[in-house]
Unconditional design. Sequence first.
Lengths: 114, 114
Amino acid sequence: GAVVSQHPSRVICKSGTSVKIECRSLDFQATTMFWYRQFPKKSLMLMATSNEGSKATYEQGVEKDKFLINHASLTLSTLTVTSAHPEDSSFYICSAKTGADTQYFGPGTRLTVL
Amino acid sequence: ILNVEQSPQSLHVQEGDSTNFTCSFPSSNFYALHWYRWETAKSPEALFVMTLNGDEKKKGRISATLNTKEGYSYLYIKGSQPEDSATYLCAFVGYGGSQGNLIFGKGTKLSVKP
C-alpha cells in the first residue's frame, strides 16, 4: 500500500518551454502533497506544500509564478515549470501523506533544460 | 537555517558486516525524526518515524535509536546484504514547521559487496 507514482521519470526540454510533472497517490487519498527539488550532491529541499482544493504554500526563495502547483483532487498534484531555463535542471520529487506523519514518495523526475 | 547532517557520506562494506551511520539534527523544538531508504531509480521507502527520546525501532535487520536531548539518531544494519545497498536519508521535523515539513540530510550511501 501507499504507492505514489510520478510522471514522467525523465524529461528533456528546450529553454523557454514549460514542463508539467504529475504526482499521483495510487491507493490512498492524500490530504497533502509536497514537492521537493534536489540539486547534485545536495539534500532534498522542500519547494512547496499543497492541499487539495487550496493554493500551495511555497518555501522562501521558490517563485510561485515559475513553479505552478495544482492539487485538483485527493490523488493528483501537478507541478508545472514555466519558461524553463538551464538552471531549473534538477531532480524533482513529490510526496503525499494522509493525516499520519509518514510521507510517501514518488520515484522522482529528472528534468534537463537545454 | 536548520541543519541536518549525516555521516559518513558513503560507506563500503562486505556482505555480512554490520554497520551503522549517524544523523545529527537540532535538539530544540524536536517533533520527529524520519529515516528513509532510497534505492537508485526507485521511490524513497519509509523505514522509521521516531518521536520519543530513547526510542529504539527495528525492522528486520535494520534498527534505529534516537537521542533528542543531544540531537542524534543512529541507524544500524546487522549482517549487511547486497540488497541493502542504497542511500539512507534522515529527515528532521520540528515543532512549528508547517504541516510536518521534512528537513533532509544529504544521506549516507551504502554499498555492500558480495
